[in-house]
Ligand binder design. Sequence first.
Ligand code: PMV
Length: 359
Amino acid sequence: MSEKDFIAHHQASIESGNFQWSAPSNIALVKYWGKKEKQIPANPSISFTLNTCKTITKLAFVKKDNKDSFSFDLLFEGQPKEDFKPKIQKFFERIDTYCSYLKQYHFTIDTENTFPHSSGIASSASGMAALSMNIMSLEKALNPAMSDAYFYQKASFLARLGSGSACRSIKGSVVVWGNHAEIEDSSDLFGVEFPSPIHENFSNYQDTILLVDKGEKQVSSTVGHDLMHNHPFSEQRFAQAHHNISSLKTILETGNLEAFIKITESEALTLHAMMMTSMPYFILMKPNTLEIINRIWKYRNTTQIPVCFTLDAGANVHVLYPENVRETVLQFIKDELLGYCQNGQYICDAIGTGAIKIL
Ligand code: PMV
């Protein structure tokens, strides 16, 4: 598939209607950090789709007379939210070439998250994925012959143009985004479901998100990605990501949890190491992030329970573990880790399957 395959050619005409989709957040195991023009990733990444942390977005549309510009109202939890509008305006501009029908309508976008606002959990992945699903529902109504495969592929393509990692929040439990020699049909343009069967050790894998710091991000991910240009270690890092996906492919197939832990934790620390070694440099971990990491290591060493962590571009910690040790690990988290969280806040999540149509 190339970019021009995603240009819409629709026939039908629809006056008005509405759709509603939920789309989940996702947590990368091999991280995307660094991009080229047009949201093309500098290296491939792979993620677990989440289940509980999601955005629910309703898109109402009605035909309008003026077809020269985009027109939309934006509601967040039922209230107008002007400061979200520029991001959506920019998204519409980016996808205009592929969705020329958008200017024919006035939209009301009504959106909410299942996780607390400014919890430090990025809503851009789930938010852009949910909006893209709704847009694709409209496109499918205009072009009912569209195949399911194309529907999901283009949804991921559009979501990517909104926020890179959003393309991994559309469909599947484990999603790869970015060209990789060993992942069939992988593409820089959209996410694909991990192609082989995943070992049962990973079924319903748990992700308990510890909210360490809910403050505003010091560095936007756009600025962070840009700092990988001219970064002294970028080439090695991009090569390492390819290598880690090759290893993780076998690990996911064979269920080797020890090897899974090594790659996952190393990737999280490498992501932060890239931030610490860029110019300007920055540290997104907090002292409590490190306390939690040390506690996890100590617990794993003494109990041999395969619990590990990963990090996003922030201070929060994702604690990952198999379902069969859920009770024990949750007890450990409550006893030893919640004291390091802001107001003791955490979210219990697990691997999910992707976006769900509500209306
Ligand atoms: O999708 P963006 O541009 O917000 O970048 C996300 C980057 C990380 O979350 C740090 C890593 C990843 O692969 O999700």
